[in-house]
Design a protein around this ligand. Structure first.
Ligand code: SF4
Ligand code: SF4
Length: 105
């Protein structure tokens, strides 16, 4: 496997960790306007590939969507659901292995 393929694989592994609980996007508080729910009850971002940057909540609050790694040390409602936070709590070095950042989700 070449380096490019390796990085793609690691990215996919990292993304797959997300439980799509929506908690980091405000599902249990004041959600981002881009947070949507599918037929299986899982959350997704309707602008996922372009998600980072200035965003607004349903309630009108402005915030910046950033990689989950950048807010992993912060608290948000029901953040105990977050797979990345669990890894972080069990040793932040493991999360640093991954080359990219997922939702945020
Ligand atoms: S990933 Fe960012 S833009 Fe997408 S729903 Fe979550 S907070 Fe909003
Ligand atoms: S990044 Fe964490 S909090 Fe956000 S949807 Fe995925 S598992 Fe849930």
């Amino acid at each position: 496997m070449n380096y490019h393929d390796y990085m793609i694989k690691r990215e996919e592994e990292y993304e797959a960790l997300c439980r799509r609980c929506g908690a980091c996007c405000g599902a249990y508080d004041d959600p981002c306007v881009h947070l949507k729910k599918d037929n299986n009850g899982k959350y997704y971002c309707d602008i996922y590939s372009n998600r980072f940057g200035p965003r607004v909540t349903v309630g009108g609050d402005k915030f910046d969507c950033v990689p989950i790694r950048d807010i992993i040390h912060q608290h948000w409602p029901k953040d105990y659901l977050c797979a990345y936070k669990r890894i972080y709590r069990n040793g932040s070095s493991r999360i640093a292995q991954y080359p990219v950042s997922a939702p945020g989700e």
